[in-house]
Design a protein around this ligand. Structure first.
Ligand code: CMC
Length: 392
C-alpha cells in the first residue's frame, strides 16, 4: 500500500488548513476567527457571528445594516418552493425535509450555481441564510399540523424565526426578550465547529465542485445521525425513556458502562474535547436560567444533572475523558421553548449554516483544495476466475 496510512474516522488526518475556527480540545477552548465563544455569546448576535464567520471580521454598524438589508430581501420562499413541503408526510422527520429543500434550492435559484463567480457564491450564501429560518419553521409547522406563517421583514433573523415557529395567530405574537436572547445564544454556539462530520461532508462534496446548495444539503444529512447533531434529540429521548422506565440513574449508568448494545450516555464524549465542552458549560447555565424564569420545572433537568454528576465521578468516564458535549443540555431549553423533540436537530442545522457556508467558501477559494478522495486498504479476494452460473 506504499505511503497509505490507515486512519479510521480521520482521527489523525488534517484534510485542510483553515482560518475560521480554533479548538483546543485539552483545554476546552473554542474561538471563531479568534473571538472566544464566551465573549461572543455574551456580547454578539447570531447575525453578527454569521457575518464574522463568512467574511472574517466583525461587521461595522454600517456593514451590519447592509448585511441585514440584504438578508431581508431574500426571506420569502417562492410559492413552488413552499409547496414542496405539502408533499411530505406529516409524520416524517423534519431533517430530510430540510436537506431536500436546500438541495431543491439549486433548482429554484439557478442564477447562483456557479462555483467560479464570487458574486454568485455570495448570493447563494445570503439566500440560504435568509431562507433557512422559514424552511425550518415550515418543517415545524408541517410536523405539528399548524398553519404556515410568512416572514415579517420588520423583524430581525432570530425574532422572525421565533415568530415563524410560534406565532399563532402570528399577528398577535409577542416576542419574549428572554427567548430571543436564548435562541441567539444557542445559534451562536452551534455556528461552527471546524472539521466535524457534517462540515467535512460539505467540503468533500464541494471539492468535486458540486454547487453550494448541494454541498450543504449533504451536510444536513450528515448532521442528522445520533452520533452527531442527532444527539440533541437522542438525549431528550433518553431522559424521557429513563423517567418512564422507572430505572434509577445508577442502574442506567451500569448498563452504559457494560456497553449494552445501543446504550450510550448520549450527549457525552467528543472526538476533540477531552475536557468539558465549553459550549455545554454555557448552555448548562442558560438551561437553568430559562427553566427558572419560565417557571418550567423539568424533572428531566434534575435527571440530566444527576447523570452528569455520576459520570464525572466514575472511573469509566474519567479514564476515557468523557464530558458533557453541546448536545447534553440544549434539548431541555428547546423543550421549554416549545419545540417538539424531532425539531432539535433542525435547530442545530439553522445554527450551523453560517459555518458550513464559511467553510465551503474557504474550500472553494483555497488553491490547495483537491477533490476529496481518501484511500483504502483492500482486504477482499485476490484474483479469481469467473465461474459460469450453471457451475456455481
Ligand atoms: N457513553 C458511553 N461510552 C462512551 C461514550 C458515551 N457517550 N462516548 C464514548 N464512549 C466510550 C467508547 O465506548 C470508547 O470506549 P473504549 O475505549 O472502551 O472502546 C471510548 O469512550 C472512546 O469512544 P469512541 O467512540 O472511540 O470516540 P469517538 O471519538 O470515535 O466518538 C462520539 C465520539 C461523540 C461519537 C462519542 O463520544 C459518542 O458516541 N457520544 C454520544 C453521542 C453524542 O453525544 N454525540 C454528540 C457529539 S458533540 C456535537 C456533535 O458533533 O453534534
Amino acid at each position: 500500500t506504499g505511503k497509505v496510512t490507515f486512519d479510521p474516522g480521520f482521527a489523525n488526518t488534517a484534510n485542510t488548513t483553515s482560518a475560521i475556527t480554533f479548538i483546543d480540545g485539552d483545554e476546552g477552548i473554542l474561538r471563531y476567527r479568534g473571538y472566544s465563544i464566551e465573549e461572543l455569546t455574551e456580547k454578539s448576535t447570531f447575525t453578527e457571528v454569521a457575518y464574522l464567520l463568512m467574511y472574517g471580521e466583525l461587521p461595522t454598524a454600517e456593514q451590519l445594516t447592509a448585511f441585514e438589508d440584504r438578508l431581508r430581501v431574500h426571506t420569502i420562499l417562492k410559492e413552488d418552493m413552499r409547496r414542496f413541503f405539502d408533499a411530505f408526510p406529516y409524520d416524517a422527520h423534519p431533517m430530510p425535509m430540510i436537506s431536500a429543500a436546500i438541495n431543491a434550492m439549486s433548482t429554484f435559484y439557478q442564477d447562483s450555481l456557479s462555483v467560479d463567480d464570487d458574486e454568485a457564491i455570495d448570493l447563494s450564501s445570503i439566500r440560504m441564510l435568509a431562507k433557512m429560518p422559514a424552511l425550518a419553521a415550515l418543517a415545524h409547522r408541517k410536523v405539528t399540523g399548524m398553519p404556515v406563517v410568512y416572514p415579517d421583514n420588520k423583524l430581525g433573523l432570530v425574532e422572525n424565526f421565533l415568530r415563524l415557529n410560534f406565532g399563532f395567530p402570528a399577528e398577535e405574537y409577542e416576542l419574549d426578550p428572554l427567548m430571543v436572547k436564548a435562541m441567539d445564544q444557542l445559534l451562536i454556539l452551534h455556528a461552527d465547529h471546524e472539521q466535524n462530520c457534517s462540515t467535512s461532508t460539505v467540503r468533500l462534496v464541494g471539492s468535486s465542485q458540486a454547487n453550494i446548495y448541494q454541498s450543504i444539503a449533504a451536510g444536513v444529512n450528515a448532521l442528522s445521525g445520533p452520533l452527531h447533531g442527532g444527539a440533541n434529540s437522542a438525549v431528550l429521548d433518553m431522559l424521557d425513556d429513563l423517567l418512564e422506565s422507572g430505572q434509577t440513574p445508577e442502574q442506567f449508568m451500569e448498563r452504559v458502562k457494560n456497553k449494552e448494545k445501543g446504550v450510550r450516555l448520549m450527549g457525552f464524549g467528543h472526538r476533540v474535547y477531552k475536557n468539558y465542552d465549553p459550549r455545554a458549560a454555557i448552555i448548562k447555565k442558560t438551561a437553568h436560567e430559562i427553566l427558572d424564569k419560565m417557571g418550567k420545572a423539568d424533572a428531566r433537568l434534575d435527571l440530566a444533572r444527576r447523570l452528569e454528576e455520576i459520570a464525572l465521578a466514575d472511573d469509566y468516564f474519567v479514564e476515557r475523558k468523557l464530558y458533557p458535549n453541546v448536545d447534553f443540555y440544549t434539548g431541555l431549553i428547546y423543550k421549554a421553548m416549545g419545540f417538539p423533540t424531532n425539531m432539535f436537530t433542525v435547530l442545530f442545522a439553522v445554527g450551523r449554516l453560517p459555518g458550513w457556508i464559511a467553510q465551503w467558501r474557504e474550500m472553494i477559494n483555497d488553491p490547495a483544495t483537491k477533490i476529496g478522495r481518501p484511500r483504502q486498504i483492500y482486504t477482499g479476494a485476490s484474483l479469481r476466475s469467473y465461474v459460469p452460473i450453471a457451475e456455481r
